[in-house]
Design a protein around this ligand. Structure first.
Ligand SMILES: [Zn+2]
Length: 89
């Protein structure tokens, strides 16, 4: 998956990608794959900021926390492979 936003408060202003340093970030959604010891989880429609140049993805703290909750629920269900739609925590 991508990386946490360097500055979670900075969402409103135009940010640059820290990977390629060239691309501007635009709001969009993406599919995140989380691989854990016993679980491979695919979460669809995750809100992200996506670099227009290299395509790297950034997630804010709230989204990362929600992904953690989704992953925990999925782990508890005991399945090895799971596909879920993103929902806010
Ligand atoms: Zn980039």
């Amino acid at each position: 998956m991508g990386r946490a936003l360097p500055d979670p408060q900075g969402e409103a202003r135009l940010m640059r990608c820290v990977v390629c340093t060239r691309g501007g970030l635009r709001a969009g959604s993406t599919t995140v794959t989380i691989v854990r010891e016993t679980l491979t989880l695919v979460v669809k429609n995750v809100p992200a900021l996506i670099c227009e140049s290299c395509g790297d993805e950034y997630f804010d703290e709230e989204v990362l926390a929600a992904l953690e909750v989704i992953a925990e629920r999925s782990e508890q269900s005991g399945v090895e492979v799971d596909i879920r739609e993103y929902h806010a925590a």
